[in-house]
Design a protein around this ligand. Structure first.
Ligand code: FES
Ligand code: FE2
Length: 396
């Protein structure tokens, strides 16, 4: 994105505002309810969407210093990400090369990692450094010289890991081909200048895609959020653009009404909108006025009806006073409150409804283009025909 693009989106939003319209897909589209329920389909998604593609693991500031490390189990495999003493960020399977125990838990700062079981020690570059009673393993350590690396990319202030080891053991990941043009947006936000503020994991009894779906349309704003988002976001009005399977939905804030009376040189997309960047297939990155939010959505326990959403909040400079901390905490609480007490209870009833036999498909309207794009992209990535399941034919 550049200044011309920023102004272009704002002008499109002003046009929608004046004409009472919104971005539209070419036609409505039906999505089979089996997409949210079928165990076979779910296994395929875990393999191809969650562990077969780069997953956003956080922002560079989540590993602020050499030695900063974080573990992450959400993809279904244990991952350790550590910034080495050389400043380079590396990812490994958090699996001891002795008998497979987790080498470390949680997050913190370390120069090396000692497996709690029999104290094998790994350096911050993953190399095996010490084995108690090493003579007992004579001849057995060849090929076990360190933790198994995972491909990692740190670029534009963001971090991705491919949760499956590369066949050649490579730890490099070229992320641009996966972003399909989103690079300019990510550059525009200068994410490498942000600081981590807080993080929360919320567990749900529904398919992980329903968590993502929550963010992808503003059709419901004026109804489900009639009390909480009134005066904050304009209902049923958004700009929409695709980047391969990724997409950007830009919702106008109520203050957009004041924009025409402001000099164009002062127009700011960040301050007049809430942006939802759907980073295929399970992450929502959201520039929000004065801060950044990342929502990562994962299946839990291999089940199509269990999920977790991890929300992280990043801020332009660290909270220096109690007041500043309260301000950012309030931002986090407000977002979590609306999502978990308004959106998710409604979505939970959808998961129950899917299994009721009421219908074999749900329908996305032309006014829900991001949902159509997301679910068609999933079908494409799974190698399924994009036009959808032959639900009607099967029912007849
Ligand atoms: S399993 Fe890690 S040292 Fe034995
Ligand atoms: Fe919502």
């Amino acid at each position: 994105m550049d200044r011309a693009k920023e102004l272009g989106i704002l002008k499109a939003l002003l046009h929608y505002n004046e004409t009472g319209t919104t971005a539209m897909a070419e036609a409505p589209w039906e999505n089979a309810v089996s997409a949210y329920m079928c165990p076979d389909r779910h296994r395929l998604e875990e393999e191809k969407l969650i562990r077969g593609r780069p997953v956003v693991m956080g922002m560079s500031c989540d590993w602020p210093e050499n030695g900063s490390y974080r573990t992450d189990d959400f993809t279904g495999v244990p991952i350790l990400i550590v910034r080495g003493r050389d400043g380079r960020l590396r990812a490994f399977l958090n699996v001891c090369r002795h008998r497979g125990a987790k080498v470390t838990e949680g997050c913190g700062k370390a120069r090396s990692f000692r497996c709690p079981y029999h104290a094998w020690v790994y350096a911050d570059d993953g190399a095996l450094r010490a084995v108690p009673e090493q003579h007992a393993f004579e001849g057995a350590l060849d090929g076990r010289q360190g933790l198994t690396p995972l491909p990692l990319a740190e670029k534009y202030g963001m971090v991705w890991v491919l949760p499956t080891p590369a066949a050649d053991g490579s730890c490099d990941l070229d992320i641009d081909p996966w972003l399909c043009g989103l690079e300019a947006d990510l550059k525009f936000w200068k994410l490498d200048t942000y600081h981590f503020h807080s993080r929360h994991a919320h567990y749900e009894d529904m398919n992980y895609k329903l968590l993502v779906d929550t963010f992808l349309e503003g059709y419901h704003f004026g109804f489900l959020h009639a009390d909480t988002l009134r005066g904050v976001l304009k209902p049923h009005m958004n700009h929409f653009e695709t980047f391969g399977p990724n997409s950007r939905t830009t919702y106008a804030r109520a203050k957009l009404d004041r924009l025409p009376s402001t000099p164009e040189a002062e127009w700011s997309l960040m301050w007049n909108s809430t942006i939802v960047t759907q980073m295929f297939a399970n992450t929502v990155f959201s520039p929000q006025g004065d801060h950044m939010e990342i929502y990562r959505c994962f299946p839990v326990e291999g089940r199509p009806d269990r999920s977790v959403m991890e929300m992280s909040l990043y801020i332009p400079k660290p909270a220096a006073t109690a007041d500043e901390k309260r301000h950012w905490d309030a931002n986090m609480d407000l977002a979590l409150n609306v999502i978990t007490t308004e959106d998710f209870p409604a979505s939970r009833t959808m998961q129950i409804g899917f299994g009721s036999g009421a219908q074999q498909s749900i329908v996305f309207g032309r006014n829900e283009p991001a949902l159509i794009h997301y679910h068609q992209s999933i079908r494409r990535a799974l190698g399924l025909p994009v036009e959808g399941e032959p639900v009607r034919a099967a029912a007849e």
